[in-house]
Ligand binder design. Structure first.
Ligand SMILES: *Cc1c(COP(=O)(O)O)cnc(C)c1O
Length: 377
């Protein structure tokens, strides 16, 4: 088969429900074509009720800007150290650099692939012994799998270090019945094109305080003082979400739960089909964890197997991706300190993300699986 006859299968593509267009049209009809308006307020309140009472959401133009403002509101500034999960997308770590602070990377545990509580505690003790207490911790629910919330937060609380929870991949996931995005002092979401719901591009900052939400919006709208003229006592940013984009978000909220079900069904399909192949492992949900299964990832027995599968899929016009390359192995962070145990490097070597969109059809999944089985036979 070649690219002409063989339909492209994406890793994770946008999936509209239908109502998005209605909210966007309404914004045009009422001339709310601006970075504020009824869709922005409506999307925020949809997210607040989804996450449950007591959470305040500020809609922003990306998950990355939400991380930047979150760290700023936690008081991170020049010269500070911030602990950050190493196995993640670069956007979890870059905002630490924007603020003139230094990231210190923490390796993963094999149970969740997320930040290892043992390495975390070791790092905190060591940084304190070296004379500097870390200012904040960036945790990540990678691929939708909740990190070990109880242990990680116990450690953080012990040393009184606030957590900024990167929930960009985990909208719809939960831990012991509570939604991801509600555990940290602050949390962020992303609505980029590849996420479980998308606004084309967008993000949100979540806090449990109205004061902090208002402060986030203040910084996101150029830090304008309360005056009739333009007056500024602080440096601001242009980070607010557009009312057009928020209209897409309101429509997507209506289909979020069905996207979660579909992605979990994708995972179940792959696991069921490939369960007899000893070369392949799946990441199981620990007790109490509920993953949105944003992406289904397999762990192969060796780098060579991973590459054979990836190349065979690419040959058939199917996108798959190695897991995130750990930040402590990235050229741009080669001078950063890291507390490692080998887990994330091994995951990177052997792991592969399979097509996982909520708009995939059974025939698509069958195509993927038959190619993998062919490689392993
Ligand atoms: C997507 C993503 C981000 C960044 O979100 P954007 O909206 O693309 O800026 C941050 N962290 C993780 C883990 C992500 O997957």
């Amino acid at each position: 088969m070649n690219e002409v006859t063989c339909k492209k299968i994406w890793l994770s593509s946008p999936h509209m429900g239908g109502a998005e267009q209605v909210f966007v049209d309404e914004a045009f009809e009422t001339n709310w074509v601006a970075p504020l308006g009824p869709n922005v307020n409506g999307f925020e309140s949809d997210l607040q009720s989804y996450l449950n009472d007591g959470n305040y959401v500020a809609a922003l133009n990306s998950g990355t800007s939400a991380l930047h403002l979150g760290l700023k509101l936690l008081g991170v500034s020049k010269g500070d150290e911030v602990l950050c999960q190493s196995l993640t997308f670069a956007a979890s770590a870059n905002p630490i650099i924007y603020l003139g602070a230094s990231p210190i990377f923490i390796d993963s545990e094999s149970e969740t692939w997320n930040i290892c509580p043992i390495q975390l505690e070791k790092a905190i003790k060591d940084r304190i012994a070296k004379g500097k207490k870390p200012k904040a911790i960036v945790t990540v629910h990678l691929y939708g799998m909740p990190y070990n919330v109880d242990e990680v937060h116990r450690v953080a609380q012990n040393y009184e270090i606030p957590i900024l929870e990167d929930s960009a991949e985990a909208l719809g996931s939960s831990y012991k019945g509570f939604k991801c995005g509600t555990f940290g002092e602050m949390a962020i979401l992303s609505f980029n094109g590849n996420k479980i719901i998308t606004t084309s591009g967008g993000g949100a900052l979540i806090t449990n305080s109205k004061v902090l939400k208002d402060k986030a919006i203040f910084y996101a709208t150029q830090a304008k003082d309360n005056a009739p003229h333009y007056q500024h006592s602080e440096i601001g940013y242009n980070y607010r979400m557009s009312n057009i984009v928020a209209g897409i978000g309101r429509g997507q909220m209506q289909v979020l739960d069905s996207h979660v079900s579909k992605r979990r069904a994708n995972y179940a399909f792959y696991e069921n089909q490939l369960t007899d192949y000893s070369e392949i492992e799946f990441l199981k949900e620990p007790k109490g964890s509920f993953s949105n299964r944003w992406l289904t990832c397999i762990l192969t027995d060796a780098f060579e197997t991973r590459e054979k599968i990836r190349l065979a899929l690419a040959e058939e016009n199917i996108e798959s991706r190695p897991l995130w390359k750990p930040m402590h192995s990235q050229p741009v962070f080669k001078n950063s300190i890291a507390y490692t145990n080998g887990v994330s490097e091994s995951l990177f070597e052997r792991g592969l993300c399979l097509p996982s969109g909520s708009n995939l059809e059974t025939a698509d999944l069958e195509r993927v699986v038959s190619i993998i089985k062919n490689v392993l036979k």
